[in-house]
Ligand binder design. Structure first.
Ligand code: KIV
Ligand code: ZN
Length: 506
């Protein structure tokens, strides 16, 4: 039996990055893109280059540095967008321009203020321009599911005629329901027969919790590309979750007759990396990647699974890369052992990166008996984050105790200059955050503060996430340490680094 190939278009770094509060720097984007390539997605939508210089840089870094996968850049159907997208991806091994325009009357009237004829013309010209620059062009009709099906088909046919190889039919506002969406796709094949000559893609949002179900309905109606994001990230309620789509096709492949090119054992690691770098936690009961997705709590279930795993499990945890690695390092492990462990985890570190990682590893190993694969993954993402930081926490000292007002001294390094700061007030955390503000010259307001342990045991790494309001805008920061006071200080400094990147701190 031959299975039809479904192409996985990952939009974590574009639509996912549009989730409120997420702001990845170019190094973080590259790190995620490298992991997406390891995961085996077919297309990485790296960003929307015209939207900011930082986005342009991130897309360009990915285009230059990630091979074996299509690197795609988004552009509105506007000449400057299309040309900027092309500039960002032109050095990619396999570049793709993705251009889009809305086709629903509600968007035409209230947002674009364009007639249908103008939209048709813009789509025609911009797909033609994109195709003159890049062999691989994708066209999306934004808000397709609320568009007049005849007008939509007319626009899609023009896009195919002008050279689009992939036609994407998005459910932009997550309004569709599966049976209706499947018929909608079939209706477009009837109205625009040229669709049979190209790849039909769908991009479903999750406003009604139906993004994955709608994507599946589209596959059954003939779509061969699915746009989705790790952990279901994306605008509002997010996009279809990549891991769910892939595992549905994998687990039920005999019935659905479709396969993807994804290496499912990389799913868990990718999910963790995205969660760490974006600061978006995964809900514990989330399918496939939630902490409890393979946990059996009730006695009856535990009894069944112990006797025969398939009594209550439709897929094994190992298929998605859980609990596979038994890497354990300790304080006597050397550079070579660290390099080997990193390689086993899929990270190829340069000599400089290895030196840096080794220093950090030693600090952890001195305070923690066993350094596990989970610790090492966190360590790598920590290294990535600090590469582009302007402020660095050099040292801190907090004095506190019963009945004492905590007093803190910190030194922050900025461009080689040491900035001292101090504070005596409130609780220990308040005091350390104020001392950092004092050194940097900011007045941050702490909006959120969370601490959790990364692994088990009293010596576990502590992960601290903060959201700091600087000048009326929220900035997130995350850091790890065996010492939660240090992790808190570093997370606060990280948030100030993010604020600095946007100009909110000078
Ligand atoms: O939701 C949407 O319609 C989009 C397009 C740009 C594809 O994100
Ligand atoms: Zn979208």
């Amino acid at each position: 039996m031959s299975f039809e190939r479904i192409y996985i278009f990952d939009t974590t770094l574009r639509d996912g990055e549009q989730s409120p509060g997420i702001s990845l720097n170019p190094f973080e984007k590259l790190e995620i893109a490298e992991q997406l390539a390891r995961l085996g997605v077919d297309v990485i939508e790296a960003g929307f280059p015209v939207s900011s210089p930082g986005d342009f840089e991130g897309v360009q870094k990915i285009a230059r540095g990630v091979s074996g996968v299509i690197v795609c850049a988004l552009a509105r159907a506007i000449e400057n967008d299309v040309r900027t997208a092309w500039e960002a991806i032109r050095e990619a091994e396999k570049p793709r321009i993705h251009t889009f325009i809305s086709t629903s009357d509600v968007h035409l009237e209230h947002q674009l203020r364009k007639s249908r004829a103008e939209v048709l013309e813009a789509a025609k010209k911009m797909v033609a321009l994109a195709a003159s620059l890049c062999q691989d062009v994708e066209f999306s009709a934004m808000d397709a599911t609320r568009s007049d099906p005849d007008f939509l088909a007319q626009v899609l046919a023009v896009a195919v005629q002008e050279g689009a190889r992939t036609i994407n039919i998005p459910d932009t506002v997550g309004y569709a329901i599966p049976s209706e969406f499947g018929n909608f796709i079939l209706g477009q094949y009837d109205r625009a027969p040229a669709l049979k000559d190209v790849a039909v893609s769908v991009h479903c949002h999750n406003d009604l919790g139906l993004a994955v179900a709608n994507s599946l309905a589209a596959i059954e109606a003939g779509a061969t590309q699915i746009e989705c994001a790790i952990n279901g990230l994306g605008e509002r309620a997010g996009n279809a979750s990549l891991e769910e789509i892939v595992m549905i096709l994998e687990t039920r492949h005999a019935d659905l007759g479709r396969v993807t090119g994804v290496n499912t054992t990389e799913i868990t690691r990718t999910s963790r990396l995205v969660s760490q770098l974006t600061g978006y936690d995964v809900q514990p009961n989330k399918a496939i990647v939630g902490r409890n997705a393979f946990a059996h709590e009730s006695g009856i279930h535990q009894d069944g699974v112990l006797k025969e795993r398939t009594t209550y499990e439709i897929m094994s945890a190992a298929t998605v890369g859980r609990g596979q690695s038994d890497i354990v390092l300790g304080k006597h492990s050397g550079r070579h052992a660290l390099a080997n462990a990193m390689e086993e985890l899929g990270y190829k570190l340069s000599a400089d990166e290895l030196n840096q990682a080794f220093l950090h590893f030693k600090q952890i190993a001195d305070r923690k008996k066993q350094v596990t694969a989970v610790d090492l993954e966190h360590l790598v993402s920590e290294e990535v984050r600090v590469q582009s930081d302007i402020f660095e926490l050099e040292s801190y000292e907090v004095t506190s105790g019963s009945g004492k007002i905590p007093s803190t001294r910190v030194t922050i390094v900025k461009d080689g200059e040491t900035l001292p700061g101090s504070s005596e007030s409130g609780g220990s955390m308040e005091s350390i955050f104020k001392a950092i503000d004092n050194a940097v010259g900011t007045k941050g307001k702490l909006k959120d503060y969370q601490v959790r342990s990364v692994t088990e045991g009293k010596d576990s790494l502590g992960e601290v996430r903060v959201v700091v309001d600087v000048g009326g805008k929220p900035f997130a920061g995350m850091a790890l340490s065996v010492d939660v006071v240090e992790a808190s200080a570093k997370a606060y400094v990280r948030a100030l680094n993010n604020a600095y990147r946007t100009g909110a701190v000078s």
